[in-house]
Design a protein around this ligand. Structure first.
Ligand code: ATP
Ligand code: MG
Length: 228
């Protein structure tokens, strides 16, 4: 297994440098994490997918939610309108998630990664769904969109802005992560017998990877931080 997958946080306490985002999630938690859509933004390798998966596992009642099919992760580029709304022969995702989940909480979570790449037709359908005045999202369902696009202004058109406007926003921290990520990367490298350099070398590595802990771990796996 790749280092970055092996060391992906399994619980909220293992997520590094995202305390502000975790506080926002805490506020959402108080009002209920389901019956809504959450828009998670942040730079590559800073914890978007990790956060989305932890949310899914919490909402559905455990990491088995992927096996149960209660939680699913989809790449926006591969999602067609037919997948979403169905055809005369197939049930689309929107109809499918109306059924309660089979796990203990009976919830369903759909994570759409790289949401800025949604096809226009799919985007319009999702926007229409979220615009419904009454019960736009069933109370047992959570939609999560993740994207590296930082803000609404960076997104291509008004359909996107309207979709985001209906989501609870969780922007991840992208500043000042290098040192925290460098410390974690060095810790992991040490455990794996791949460390031969002092902390500043890891800070440089993180900067070189534009702050992506995933990329840094991939380079460590390749032996880059072994002795000089
Ligand atoms: N905040 C974090 N705390 C702990 N580990 C992290 C964090 N962010 C990233 N990682 C590490 O990097 C790996 C990749 O993180 P993740 O998949 O969450 O990034 P991402 O933001 O979704 O990136 P991308 O935009 O490329 O999809 C994780 O498996 C984990 O090892
Ligand atoms: Mg991701």
């Amino acid at each position: 297994m790749q280092l970055c997958e092996q060391y992906r946080p399994h619980c909220w306490g293992e997520v590094i440098g995202q305390s502000k985002a975790l506080r926002s999630i805490d506020l959402l938690r108080r009002r209920g994490l389901t019956g809504r859509a959450i828009w998670i933004s942040g730079k590559s390798g800073t914890g978007k997918t990790t956060t989305a998966r932890l949310l899914a596992e919490e909402v559905c009642g455990g990491p088995e939610c992927w096996l149960w099919g209660d939680a699913q992760e989809i790449d926006a580029k591969g999602l067609t309108l037919a997948d979403l709304v169905g055809t005369k022969d197939t049930l689309g995702l929107l109809a499918e998630i109306n059924h309660l989940g089979i796990g203990p909480n009976h919830c369903r979570v759909v994570i759409i990664n790289e949401a800025d790449c949604l096809l226009e037709s799919v985007l319009k359908a999702l926007r229409t769904l979220l615009e419904r005045p009454i019960a736009p999202i069933p109370p047992h369902v959570l939609w999560i969109f993740t994207t590296t696009r930082e803000g609404e202004a960076e997104l291509p058109d008004s359909d996107f802005r309207q979709l985001i406007g209906r989501c609870s926003k969780v922007p991840l921290n992208t500043q000042g992560l290098a040192r925290m990520f460098a410390e974690r990367a060095r810790e992991i490298a040490t455990i794996e017998g791949l460390n031969g350099k002092p902390l500043p070398a890891y800070v440089n590595l993180l900067n070189d990877c534009k702050g992506s802990l995933r990329e840094a771990l991939q380079r460590i796996e390749g032996g880059e931080m072994l002795g000089p």
